[in-house]
Design a protein around this ligand. Structure first.
Ligand code: HEM
Length: 453
């Protein structure tokens, strides 16, 4: 009996996969036809239309159904050495690529070295003893318990203060989602920087260079190198001054210095500085972008927004988090994870979609697509808040899964909660109510309004 049920369920899911692929193809053709008229050139109109999150999802619906694993000789990413490109779009295959870290390696080392000016940071390392040493050291300094003991209460307090200070009109990135993680880095890590804005600026430029500048834009590189130099100088001074005038603050910097005093390998001044720089790069712009992207998905779905607001007002943090992660599934900060084949490798072995990936190929494991794969995810296009956690690949997977994963799960909801509690929450009229990135890959402005108490 279970065999028959499994057969029916498997067939239904495959039909859903093909049906969705076909329906999305038709919608994409409709979008392309719609671009025949309008402002600007046809190329500009097409580029604008296909880079919207909803278009990405349609494109991946088609690929997942009909061309799940592709290999091209063309190099789409030029910032890191490679010999060609592969794309992988089904959940099972995305997970396979990011789990086989011996076959599909992280590529970030050369740019990490430019940022640290000395040694690699652990996100740029393969699974080596140095990787284990550095991650373990940082896990001792950034403890799991801190998430509820320090990070959540701090973020909740700051976010409430910032929202209350705005009086019914808030520029969300500027007034809330950037300052909270920036101040958290100051308080919890013990490294506030010369100013909050400076820290935001440096970390944004370094992050952009390391992970988003796929086409090697010289101006991005120049800004990141300059920011990295200043950030290194600042951290070196902060470490030196803290050692010269010790304090009993319980922050990450002091914990690192205690580990240094205990002669832990990898924790000399340079090691501490490089680890701190790697962590703070990951912490500020990403958190803000995730909060904004989740908020936007909610704003575009009145029912989901109402549900999230009800959860916020009832202080049901678990349910609120479910709304936020489901919203992020529709537009995650990292829609794909890229790796380079360290040797010739075969993916999806034993299936019709099996492909050989030649050594040197850059493999795009499209986690956005994986999160909409009907072979794995129930009713993927519905907005649901009862999904199991393994339906989500929001911050990496496998060896290099985000170091801040547990922080994100609490920090993003804590930042958004006081705003979501407000009645009459809406976008401001006109351009102000839409995200403005100011030419960066990160939201710089988005004005919302709410009823004043
Ligand atoms: C919503 C916010 C965040 C997002 C979307 C995000 C995303 C990611 C992703 C996709 C990866 C994997 C990269 C890869 O495999 O190539 C990653 C790794 C990492 N993230 Fe995050 N991150 C966030 C917040 C944070 C925070 C708050 C921290 C620091 C406390 C952090 C530190 C790191 C580090 C150190 C790694 C490397 C982990 C390793 O190599 O083992 N991230 N992050």
């Amino acid at each position: 009996m279970p065999i028959i049920l499994n057969l029916i369920s498997g067939l239904t899911r495959r039909l859903a996969l093909l049906g969705r692929g076909l329906a999305s193809l038709v919608r994409l053709i409709g979008i392309a036809i719609g671009c025949l008229r309008g402002e600007g050139t046809l190329q500009q109109r097409l580029a604008k239309a296909v880079t919207r999150p909803v278009s990405f999802r349609l494109i991946f619906d088609v690929l997942r159904a009909f061309l799940p694993n592709l290999v091209f000789s063309k190099q789409f990413i030029t910032s890191y050495d490679n010999t060609g490109t592969a794309s992988v779009t089904r959940y099972q295959d995305v997970v396979e690529v990011v789990s086989r870290d011996g076959d599909f390696e992280v590529v970030y080392e050369p740019r990490m070295l430019e940022i640290t000016g000395s040694e690699n940071f652990f996100l740029g390392m393969q699974d080596t003893p140095q990787y284990s040493r550095d991650v373990s050291n940082m896990r001792i300094a950034v403890r799991r318990n801190d998430v509820v003991d320090i990070i959540q209460p701090f973020a909740a307090r700051k976010a409430a203060e910032f929202v209350e200070a705005t009086n019914g009109r808030i520029d969300v990135p500027k007034d809330l989602t950037l300052p909270v993680p920036a101040q958290l880095v100051g308080e919890y890590f013990g490294t506030p920087g010369p100013s909050e804005l400076q820290m935001i600026d440096w970390t944004t430029n370094m992050f952009w260079f390391l992970f988003i500048d796929l086409k090697k834009d010289p101006s991005v590189g120049a800004k990141a190198r300059e920011g990295a130099l200043r950030c290194r100088e600042y951290l070196d001074t902060a470490i030196r001054e803290r050692k010269a005038a010790p304090s009993d603050r319980d922050d990450v910097l002091n914990r690192c210095l205690a580990m240094q005093a205990a002669n832990l390998p990898g924790m000399d001044d340079l090691g501490i500085r490089n680890n701190l720089i790697g962590l703070i790069i990951g912490a500020i712009p990403t958190t803000s972008k995730a909060a904004i992207q989740a908020l936007e998905q909610l704003l575009d779905r009145p029912q989901a927004l109402e549900g999230a607001q009800r959860a916020a007002r009832a202080d049901d943090d678990r349910l609120l988090a479910s709304y936020i992660f489901e919203a992020l599934r529709f537009n995650p900060v990292n829609p794909l994870i890229y790796r380079r084949a360290a040797r010739d490798a075969v993916i999806a072995k034993g299936t019709l979609r099996s492909r050989k990936i030649p050594k040197g190929t850059m493999v795009l494991a499209v986690n956005l697509s994986a999160m909409f794969d009907p072979l794995k995810i129930d009713a993927p296009n519905e907005f649901r808040v009862d999904r199991p956690w393994d339906n989500y690949i929001l911050w990496g997977y496998g060896l290099h899964t985000c170091f801040g994963a547990h922080i994100n799960q609490v920090l993003i909801p804590a930042i958004l909660k006081p705003l979501l509690k407000k009645t009459g929450l809406r976008r401001a009229a006109g351009a102000a109510g839409q995200v403005d990135t100011m030419g960066t890959p990160f939201p710089a402005h988005l004005v919302l309004e709410f009823d004043r108490a």
